[in-house]
Structures are given as C-alpha cells and as structure tokens.
Design a protein around this ligand. Structure first.
Ligand SMILES: [Fe+2]
Ligand SMILES: [Fe+2]
Length: 162
C-alpha cells in the first residue's frame, strides 16, 4: 500500500505525462502544417511514448491497490515560431519533467516508500535519455542549419524514428 500523499502525487504525474503527450502532439501538428513531415513523425512518436509513461504510473497505482483518478489535461500551445523554437521548448519541458520526477523520488524517500522509490528509478534514467534526445535535435539544427537543403535532409533523418 502507498500513502494518500504519494497516491495523489502519482495521479498528478499521470496528468503531467498526458500533458507532455498533448504538447508533443501539438508540436507534431504544427510541423505537419509546415510540411516538415519527418519532424512531425518524430514528435508524434514522442507523444505516444509519453502516453506510455502515463500508463506506467496508472498500472503502478493499481499494483499498489490504489485508485486512478483522471483530471482535465491543459491545452498545449498551438503556435510555434520555428522548428528551432520547438526543439528549445522540448528541452525546457523535459527539464521541468525531470524536476517533477526528482520531487516524486524525494517524497518517496520522505515517506520511506521504498517500492515507489524503486519504481521511479526507471523514470530517473528515462529523463537522462529524454534530455539528451532533445539536446541532440538542438545541436543538429545548430550544426546543419534550419533552412533549405539542410532542413530538408534533417527532416528526412528525423522521419526514420519508429
Ligand atoms: Fe514522460
Ligand atoms: Fe518526456
């Protein structure tokens, strides 16, 4: 069993992961509109990953005999200045999520909830990967440029993500 406080925090994280999914799907929608279909695909795959993160929390709550309660998901921004702006916003968002995961670990420690602390380890590791992926997109855009042929080729590469 987990405490009410821990349960509430985990339920909140389901909402945060769903918001991440919504945010990346909104970025994907904007990218499709700009005919950057490779980038659009990359962000659509990322959106699906975030839904899977939400479901990991969901399943864990039931493993602990808790109850899932779903709240409204905030609307993500619909307009973005550029593909570079999207990449910067993604990194900023992932850093924010890393902070949320760290706070959950902190709470689990305060509660001496070792099972939840171990469950959260996967997310601690995942956030390192998430920040790295976001950083890589920024670096590629800086290295190659975000216009013309360079952007065309980078878009093709991004579209390879399954
Ligand atoms: Fe996530
Ligand atoms: Fe993420």
């Amino acid at each position: 069993m987990i405490s009410k406080k821990m349960l509430d925090a985990l339920n909140k994280q389901i909402n945060a992961e769903m918001y991440s999914s919504y945010l990346y799907q909104s970025m994907s929608a904007w990218l499709s509109w700009k005919n950057l279909n490779g980038f659009a695909k990359w962000f659509a795959v990322q959106a699906r990953e975030e839904t899977k993160h939400a479901m990991k929390f969901y399943d864990y709550i039931y493993d602990q005999l808790g109850r899932v309660t779903l709240a409204a998901i905030d609307a993500p921004p619909a307009d973005f200045a550029s593909v570079k702006n999207i990449a910067a916003k993604q990194l900023e968002h992932e850093k924010k999520v890393t902070g949320m995961i760290n706070n959950l670990v902190k709470l689990a420690r305060e509660e001496k909830d070792y099972a939840t602390e171990i469950f959260l380890q996967w997310f601690v590791t995942e956030q390192v990967e998430e920040e790295k992926n976001a950083e890589e997109i920024i670096l590629k855009l800086e290295m190659l440029g975000d216009k013309g042929q360079a952007l065309y080729l980078l878009d093709k590469e991004m579209g390879k993500r399954e």
